[in-house]
Ligand binder design. Sequence first.
Ligand code: AMP
Length: 141
Amino acid sequence: MSDHQPTIFDKILSGEIPSWKVYEDDHVFAFLDIGPLSDGHTLVISKERKAQLHQLSDESAAAIGRVLPRLCRAVLRATGATAYNVLQNNGAEAHQAVHHVHFHIIPKFGSEGLGVGWPAKRLADSTARELQEKIKKALEG
Ligand code: AMP
């Protein structure tokens, strides 16, 4: 059973509301973001209705991974951009507004595009050792 709450992307997938579609296959749908940070800002969404990346099936994840670089190349070729960000938000706290898995492809033109805050901390050895252990263990489970 899925706990997925319907979002506007369901309506885009069903064709109930229009979108500027640029790509579609059995698992993936891509279209222009309606509120672009720069020209060519494109959204790549799973057809599988899951809110966050870690909930996706391997099949959907593989399908997105297979086509994402191709879509990036197309956006670069179409816009002339040479730099870009791929952004993928999970959870409202992490700036996710539409709770349906999606990747942003955002061309960078000087100051136009994604602004990134990066308040880096220093990784202490004790913290690293503990996290490495915990993550490796979680991967086994
Ligand atoms: P996020 O903050 O990662 O959830 O981003 C959601 C994105 O979806 C935003 O950049 C919106 O501009 C975009 N968006 C919302 N509704 C639509 C729509 N109907 N068509 C295209 N893009 C949309």
